[in-house]
Design a protein around this ligand. Structure first.
Ligand SMILES: [Zn+2]
Ligand SMILES: [Zn+2]
Ligand SMILES: [Zn+2]
Length: 275
C-alpha cells in the first residue's frame, strides 16, 4: 500500500491565512516543506481521505486525479476536512466524462452539511452530481474498491461522531488517526487484535502535550507505547506524524529532529510512504 499526504496542516494552514506570528512569517520566508495546506491524503491514488478547501490545489500540484476518484472517506465535518461546496462542481456542465459515481463515507454531521449544500443547488438530488452518500457507524467494517475500512471513535469534537480509520488491503493495514486526541478506551478495546504496518497520527500541537481534542508529540509517544504493549505493531511498522499547527512551535526541520528521536517520520505536503 501507499499513502500520499496532500495536506499536512491544521485548520488555518501554515502559514495561517491571516496569521502574522513568527512561525508563519518564517514559513513564508523558507517555503518548501514549511508550507502546509489543509489535511488530505490518498491511498494508492484511489481512496481519498477528506475533502478540504485545498483539494483543488492538491489536484494541480500532485496530479490527484479527482475525476477518477470513486471512494472518499471523511473523518468529520470541520471545514479543513470537509468542504462540500466543491462537490457542486460535479454537476452536469461543470464536469464532463467523470469515471462513475463518487461514494462518500462519513458520519451524520457530514451528511447534514452535504444535504444543506446539495439541496440548494439540486433539491437534494446527489445523483445529479454522481454522488452516493453512505452514513457509517464506528467499529463496523465496510468495503469499497477492494479495500476494507473501519471507522473508529476519535477524541475530537464531542458534538459529532468524529472518526479515525483503519484501512486494509492485501494483508496490509493502516491506522489513519487525525483529527483526534489520545484515543478513546472503546477504540483501544477494538484495536486489540489489529496489526498495523503504518500508524499515522495527529500531531497538531507538536511540542505541547495536550489532554483534549488533538495531540502533540508527547501524546504520540504515549499512543505508540500502548500499541507496542498490545502487540498491534512490530519492528517493521512505520510511524508518521501530521496535521501541524503553527502554535506547536516547530518548523519542519526542528519537527524532524524531535520526531527522529522516536523513529517517527514527519509528513510534509506531497510526501509518499510505501508500506
Ligand atoms: Zn483538522
Ligand atoms: Zn501563525
Ligand atoms: Zn477537526
Amino acid at each position: 500500500m501507499k499513502i500520499q499526504y496532500l495536506g499536512t496542516a491544521a485548520a488555518e494552514g501554515w502559514p495561517g491565512i491571516f496569521c502574522n506570528c513568527e512561525m508563519c512569517k518564517e514559513a513564508r520566508r523558507r517555503k518548501g516543506k514549511d508550507i502546509r495546506t489543509r489535511s488530505q491524503a490518498v491511498i494508492d491514488d484511489k481512496i481519498v481521505i477528506d475533502l478540504p478547501p485545498d483539494t483543488y490545489l492538491h489536484m494541480l500540484t500532485y496530479g490527484l486525479n479527482m475525476p477518477s476518484i470513486q471512494t472518499m472517506l471523511v473523518t468529520h465535518s470541520h471545514q479543513d476536512h470537509w468542504y462540500p461546496e466543491e462537490l457542486m462542481m460535479r454537476r452536469e456542465g461543470f464536469a464532463v466524462d467523470m469515471k462513475g459515481t463518487l461514494s462518500i463515507y462519513g458520519n451524520d454531521a457530514v451528511k447534514e452539511s452535504l444535504k444543506r449544500v446539495v439541496s440548494e443547488a439540486l433539491e437534494y438530488s446527489p445523483h445529479r452530481a454522481q454522488i452516493e452518500y453512505h452514513e457509517i457507524k464506528e467499529f463496523t467494517t465496510y468495503s469499497s474498491q477492494g479495500y476494507e475500512f473501519i471507522p473508529l471513535k476519535a477524541t475530537h469534537n464531542p458534538r459529532e461522531n468524529c472518526f479515525i480509520y483503519i484501512i486494509k488491503k492485501d494483508g496490509k493495514s493502516l491506522l489513519y488517526a487525525n483529527d483526534t486526541g489520545y484515543l478513546a478506551e472503546e477504540t483501544w478495546d477494538f484495536m486489540q487484535n489489529e496489526h498495523f504496518d503504518l500508524v499515522s497520527m495527529d500531531c497538531t500541537m507538536q511540542r505541547i502535550k495536550i489532554p483534549t481534542n488533538h495531540m502533540g508529540l508527547p501524546n504520540n509517544v504515549d499512543v505508540v507505547e500502548r500499541l507496542k504493549k498490545m502487540g498491534c505493531v512490530d519492528k517493521n511498522t512505520k510511524y508518521v506524524v501530521t496535521h501541524f499547527s503553527h502554535n506547536g512551535g516547530w518548523l519542519h526541520e526542528e519537527m524532524e529532529k524531535q520526531a527522529a528521536v522516536y523513529g517517527f517520520d514527519v509528513a510534509y505536503d506531497g510526501m509518499t510512504v510505501e508500506f
